[in-house]
Design a protein around this ligand. Sequence first.
Ligand SMILES: [Zn+2]
Length: 243
Amino acid sequence: MPVTADGPQSGPGGEILLYSAGLDSFPAWHYLGRPRALYLDIGHHFRAQELASVRTLAVRCGIDLTVSDELDLSAWDTPQGDLIPARNLLLATLGALRADTIWCVGVKGDHAPDKSPEAFERMSVTLSELTQRPVRVDSPFWAWTKTEVVRWYVDAGLPVDDLLQTFSCLLPGDGFEHCGVCASCLRRWIALVNNGIEGRFAAPPWEWDLVHTYYMRAMRDGTYPEHRAEEFAAAMRTVGVTV
Ligand SMILES: [Zn+2]
């Protein structure tokens, strides 16, 4: 894969994509015109599986990729993959050492305190002040759901085989399998099946206990935004379940 110089010698400038070979960040790489990409290996428990997808897709697609272990957050990792508070601020800061525009991919409905249009705006202001340069942290997909991101990818005629090499699971098996029983797998399944794509999962996500004990009820009672509830219901209809 092509490699661009990384580190103080290259100096900041241009744009960079914070990349994890996920179902959002891989389409984003295409959508943004194939910018250089940065994978920060933070030492989380599914890093081996994620890194395998990162490297596989980099070779297959010719991604100009830097893999760096400069940010070790393994001390804060939990087996169930709880979000580390302000993690995206740390990632964006390391992106800002390399580029003026940092693409950190969030989608419509993302509302983590460190991943929202408002949070990224605050990061842009702060990082611009502290680096004395105009720095922009942004996502290309704030207006789209994950299902719509996949739809764009498919409509653009890009290879579905590549999309299935992306990785998005909090509890993967040793064989790099998507577990089918975690929140990331559920979101992945919904985005794929609503575009007529069959993902590979160790267990069927629609049969996951939490789908029936939690999500079905939450989607009905308005706990989730309407667009997410609609896409969940559409996905469940494909397996004969009415929400
Ligand atoms: Zn999973």
